[in-house]
Design a protein around this ligand. Sequence first.
Ligand SMILES: Cc1ncc(COP(=O)(O)O)c(C=O)c1O
Length: 429
Amino acid sequence: MTSANRDLVERSLAAVWHPCTQMKSHERFPLVPIARGVGPWLEDFEGRRYLDGVSSWWVNLFGHAHPALNAALSDQAGRLAHVMLAGFTQQPVVELSERLAALAPGRLGHAFYASDGASAIEIALKMAFHHAANRGEPKRTRFVALAGGYHGETAGALGVTDVPLFRAAYGPLVHASLVAPFPGDDPDATALGALLARHAGEVAALVVEPLVQGASGMRMYPAAWLTRARELCTEHGVLLIADEIMTGFGRTGTFFACEQAGIAPDLLCLSKGITGGFLPLSCVLCTDHVYGAFYDDDVTRGFLHSHSYTGNALACRVACAVLDLFRDEDVLAGNRARAARFSQAALPLARHPAVRNFRHLGMIWAFEVATATPDFARHAFTRALDRGVLVRPIGHTVYFMPPYVIDDAQFSLLVDAGLDIAQVLGTGA
Ligand SMILES: Cc1ncc(COP(=O)(O)O)c(C=O)c1O
């Protein structure tokens, strides 16, 4: 490592507490210094490049340093970076809210903003509960979540997150949800229906990741389950919260995953790709019905939640520029063609003897590796990194979730890294 790389790593290990990390593990596994990003590439101070196969934790849609997003950001910075949104408004937040409402399924015409995915989930849970209370049903204090669901790691969001690794340590702090089976194990939603019936009048909302559970290993399930879940929610007077924080903005092939089930949720949570990976921003869209339950002369019936950076003008302006790219470059059609070619290119991987359950949806590819390698995910990450590819397996699941600007040759680098991982770390057992 050059001194610039080494210096940054040493200072970072001394001063920065990195997320989702047992810091001691960096005694064995490298911390990677990054100096700049261009397109799908990340680059260190020596010019060593890594292909960003996970879109920097699923946020980066159009590559790093995209000129149109850079331009929107610097233009907005010269006008207005931020003004508090309580009692004030500004152009980017209004434009973004109108455009998201127009794109969303159903009539989700009211947008509430925060800065990250978990905060959007907190907002949706609080809104769902408060909505029921304002409508005279204060006993609806419970939420239903899905086995294997992930909705973020603040205390409220952990209550609807079913990933023991993230949740177990905080059990006593968590308002545990009711857990319905993973849709793949309950294809007709019969168990979900029975759960809602058993807890009639107690449940404020069902929260789901539509079509793909990301953090528990890119677990995909059929759209028909979601269609049925929508019907069941309506039958039982339960709000449906669609967490499209990962699936939104074209990741599953449609702009929102809910479209594939032909449904509209009552609350739609968005973040990650909303600014193309430029700035932290999240949003909860809700219906007139939900909004109307708060609209009153009584202040305490209002939704008094806030964050200092709610509706940040820089972030909203970049999010509008992301929507411009979708509109002007017909990104969804481009991705359909791209995904068809990439799936062909991935066939050798799908057929590798150590690869199990190869699957694909939109711009996500995932598979399990049959392996006996201890700490497989870290070793696979390090191997791929040595080949100049950033993939970050979850358990034994390897996945590719590249920025939408990746080309065929670059996708082949991901496939080659996957083959190397399967060949060297997989047993084929
Ligand atoms: C589906 C889903 N919901 C919520 C979150 C939490 O978002 P954040 O990490 O921005 O808090 C994530 C993050 O991975 C996610 O994938």
